[in-house]
Structure formats: structure tokens, C-alpha cells
Design a protein around this ligand. Structure first.
Ligand code: AMP
Ligand code: TRP
Length: 334
């Protein structure tokens, strides 16, 4: 294990974790445990940048922890905790609010998407959310951050903030510039209903996503109903790339079957998409159903899940306080 390399990532507890979260982030979280010190955070302070019903938030936090455990994150190897339990996140976020620039935040495309047409009505928290994300990462001096492609811009901002802090306070290399770890083939799993939109928790139609708690029947039905293409499966990657929905289904199949896209096309070109769909359903069911079952089993013991969070928060807090001491000193805070 490389002790110098620290992995940090966060998932928002907003319910309905899905195949995009699984392939874009969680699977990577699990495999990184073998090589590096990993810290995985349920980012509840990020979730409340849009209104969350308090009664649902607690359930969603516990469900996210259950999902971490069910996918294979091991709390005796990795630190698992919820963000609000370590107050250093909010403290460093304030300091970084004073380092980050308004012009930088104005470029963030996720804010533009989430705030919609009436930006004046978005919370201030939603606007400065990327600064909190930078604080999450830098609080642990993390060197590597596994995320899906949608977080790339936020990661670049975190690097800019780290660099500006190091320059402003004359402490070269104090914060490492965090590297994004974005999966190559499935960095952006798309909606099953519209191949130009990413699969997301918030899209209205449940047919747009495979949830990790879906039953085998639901998975099968959603894949059968997924948009594909009226022409048979093409031979070349080039012609596939223009067909967003079909490309998405083949990319997911390629990832789950561990075969390259060109190998899949070799095997399937000329066939109808129903052929791909039945194979894809089978693979999804064998991968997702055990995870969903385990999530449900773990959710039956809420006190165990709370204990995992508490223990994790204690460990995270020790690292955070140590780093904050140095950060306060650099800034000149007594
Ligand atoms: P969120 O649920 O927005 O907190 O996302 C948690 C993690 O899942 C982040 O690393 C995201 O980049 C990743 N993620 C979310 N949606 C997708 C998607 N459709 N495809 C790939 N990765 C995703
Ligand atoms: N912004 C991320 C998302 O919406 C979640 C997140 C918060 C995160 N803090 C982070 C991811 C730090 C990686 C590192 O998915």
C-alpha cells in the first residue's frame, strides 16, 4: 500500500443510487482500496444545497453507507463517514471561499444546469458548492479522486484552488494538486430514455435508470424498453458513436462483460438490439441483484450503519484536525 497516496471521494445522499454511480464511481472506489489509503464520504452538506426533507435525509445517508458496504468498500480498510460529522469540511470551505474566484465559479456548468433558468433563486450553497468539494479533498491532502466525467470540471477547480492557496501563502507543494481518476469506458453512463443526458437520480422517469435496488423483473423491463436503434448493430465504432442510445447500451455491456467495444461489435454486428438487450439484462441482473439484496439486508440494522459512520468520522477527524492546524497557521489564524 502506498501510504503517500490518499484517495478521497464523495457521494451525495440523495437516494436512488444507480448504475451510473456504480460504474462511474463505486466500482473504482472498491478497487482502489487495494493500492491506497481511501477515504469515502457521504456528502450530506452537498446534498442540502438543494432542499432535502430532514426525515428523508437521514434515510438517504444510511442507504448510501449501506451501498458503500454492499459494493465492497471495507470499513476496516477505508474510512467511511458523513461530511457533517467532521466540522473541518465547513471550516476549510470558508477559507477556500476566500481563495476561490467568482469568475472561476461562474464557469461551472453543473451550477448552470442545476440552477435552471432562474439562477437568482438558487441557494448560495449551490453556487459555492465546488469550493466545498475542494475543501473535502484538500482537508485530507488527497492526491487522487475517483469520479465520473461529470465531476471533471469541479476537480479542475479544486486544483486551481490548491495552487492558488500554495502561491498566496507561499507554501509550494503544501496542498497536492488532486488527480481525477475517471473510468475510461463508462465515465458517463447515459439515460436509457435519452442518450444525450447522463443517467441521474433526479430524472423523472424511473425507466431512465437502473437503480441498485431494482428487482430482476424491473431491470429486464427497463432494458427491454430502453431506446436503441431501428437499424441492426453496426460493424464499426464510428457509425455506433453517432447513435447515442445504442452506444450507451453497448458501452455498458462492454464494461460488464469485460470485452472491448470492438470485440462486442465483432460478435454482434448485423444482429438486432433485442439480442444485445437480453445478454445485457442477464449480466446486469447477475451483477446488480446481489448488491441490491445486500443493501436491503444492511438497511435492516440502522445502528450498525450509524456505528460505521461514527467510527469513520473519528478517524477522519484526526487527519482533518492535524491538517487544519497547519492550514490555520499558513493563513495566519491564531
Ligand atoms: P452523485 O450521486 O452526483 O453524488 O455522484 C456520485 C458519483 O457518481 C460521482 O463520482 C459522479 O461523477 C458519479 N456519477 C453520477 N452519475 C453518473 C453517470 N451517469 N455516469 C457515470 N458516473 C456518474
Ligand atoms: N460533487 C460530487 C457529485 O456530485 C460529490 C462530491 C462532493 C465529491 N465532494 C467530493 C466527489 C469530493 C469527489 C471528491 O457527485
Amino acid at each position: 500500500m502506498n501510504e503517500k497516496k490518499i484517495v478521497f471521494s464523495g457521494v451525495q445522499p440523495t437516494g436512488n443510487l444507480h448504475l451510473g454511480n456504480y460504474l462511474g464511481a463505486l466500482k473504482n472506489f472498491v478497487s482502489l482500496q487495494k493500492e491506497m489509503k481511501c477515504i469515502y464520504c457521504v456528502v450530506d452538506l452537498h446534498a442540502i444545497t438543494t432542499f432535502q426533507k430532514p426525515s428523508e435525509l437521514e434515510n438517504n445517508v444510511l442507504e448510501t453507507v449501506a451501498t458503500f458496504l454492499a459494493t465492497g468498500i471495507n470499513p476496516s480498510k477505508s474510512i467511511i463517514f458523513n461530511q457533517s460529522a467532521v466540522s473541518g469540511h465547513a471550516e476549510l470551505a470558508w477559507i477556500l471561499n476566500c481563495v476561490s474566484r467568482i469568475g472561476w465559479l461562474n464557469r461551472m456548468t453543473q451550477f448552470k444546469d442545476k440552477a435552471g433558468s432562474d439562477k437568482e433563486k438558487a441557494s448560495v450553497g449551490l453556487y459555492i458548492y465546488p469550493n466545498l468539494m475542494a475543501a473535502d479533498i484538500l482537508l485530507y491532502k488527497a492526491s487522487h479522486v475517483p469520479v465520473g466525467a461529470d465531476q471533471k470540471q469541479h476537480l479542475e477547480l479544486s486544483r486551481d484552488i490548491a495552487q492558488k492557496f500554495n502561491n498566496d501563502f507561499n507554501c509550494k507543494d503544501f496542498f497536492p494538486l488532486p488527480e481525477p481518476l475517471i473510468p475510461k469506458n463508462v465515465s458517463r453512463v447515459m439515460s436509457l430514455r435519452d442518450g444525450t443526458k447522463k443517467m441521474s437520480k433526479s430524472e423523472e422517469s424511473d425507466y431512465s435508470r437502473i437503480n441498485l435496488k431494482d428487482s430482476a423483473e424491473e431491470i429486464d423491463k427497463k432494458i427491454k424498453k430502453a431506446k436503441s436503434d431501428s437499424e441492426p448493430i453496426p460493424e464499426s465504432l464510428k457509425s455506433l458513436e453517432k447513435k447515442h442510445e445504442a452506444f450507451n447500451l453497448i458501452s455498458i455491456y462492454s464494461e460488464l462483460s469485460k470485452k472491448s467495444i470492438s470485440k462486442v461489435l465483432n460478435e454482434m454486428s448485423g444482429k438486432e438490439y433485442s439480442f444485445l438487450k437480453s445478454k445485457l439484462s442477464e449480466l446486469l441482473i447477475s451483477e446488480i441483484i446481489p448488491v441490491g439484496k445486500e443493501i436491503k439486508r444492511l438497511l435492516a440494522d440502522r445502528s450498525h450503519l450509524k456505528q460505521v459512520l461514527q467510527k469513520g468520522a473519528q478517524k477522519a477527524n484526526i487527519i482533518a484536525e492535524e491538517n487544519l492546524k497547519n492550514i490555520r497557521e499558513k493563513v495566519g489564524l491564531i
